[in-house]
Ligand binder design. Structure first.
Ligand SMILES: CC(C)(COP(=O)(O)OP(=O)(O)OC[C@H]1O[C@@H](n2cnc3c(N)ncnc32)[C@H](O)[C@@H]1OP(=O)(O)O)[C@@H](O)C(=O)NCCC(=O)NCCS
Length: 140
């Protein structure tokens, strides 16, 4: 899927993801809340628009299965295809690295986004940090 915004998608460092993870996902928590064990060895992608990172996605390997965590798009640029484009590019790159499956704990309100991007949803809803989640899986 392609974005309607002019963007480039590139590998970025874990440090590059922190500000957007924090401001989009957990603005009321300290920044440390969005630093994840394994960030150092995960694969991170950024969507860059006019020189600024406006979308991030991080993938944590376990064998050939990769867990997607902290997918976040700057509010000003949501619903323009940025996250879909990030997933499309990331999936192609991860496949080259031997990835066979991507999965995540999806915030339930975003489940339509994952379905639209080819993920299957688990049957059970569960809670973490007071928020509803559902498992989402995609064979790549
Ligand atoms: C979820 C998120 C990553 C989607 O990014 P995006 O760039 O806006 O998504 P895209 O533009 O590629 O896809 C848009 C489509 O996904 C679905 N979608 C996107 N955001 C949605 C939302 N918040 N609620 C329901 N559906 C959503 C819709 O089908 C939408 O299409 P539409 O606008 O034609 O209805 C973004 O809204 C975000 O950062 N949200 C806050 C953080 C978050 O929830 N991250 C995911 C954690 S599991």
């Amino acid at each position: 899927m392609y974005s309607t915004l002019p963007i480039h998608i590139h590998p970025i460092t874990a440090a590059d993801t922190i500000d957007l993870r924090h401001s989009v996902m957990w603005p009321n928590h300290p920044k440390e809340h969005v630093i994840i064990d394994g960030d150092g060895t995960a694969t991170h992608f950024g969507a860059i628009h006019q020189g600024k990172i406006i979308g991030v996605a991080s993938f944590f390997p376990d064998g050939t299965s990769y867990r997607l965590r902290k997918l976040a798009v700057d509010q000003k640029f949501q619903r323009m295809g940025v996250a879909s484009a990030l997933l499309t590019t990331a999936t192609a790159e991860l496949r080259k690295m031997g990835c066979t499956q991507i999965w995540c704990d999806a915030r339930q309100y975003a489940s339509a986004f994952y379905q639209r991007n080819g993920f299957e949803l688990g049957a059970q809803t569960f809670q973490k940090n007071g928020m509803d989640y559902v498992k989402a899986y995609k064979t790549v």
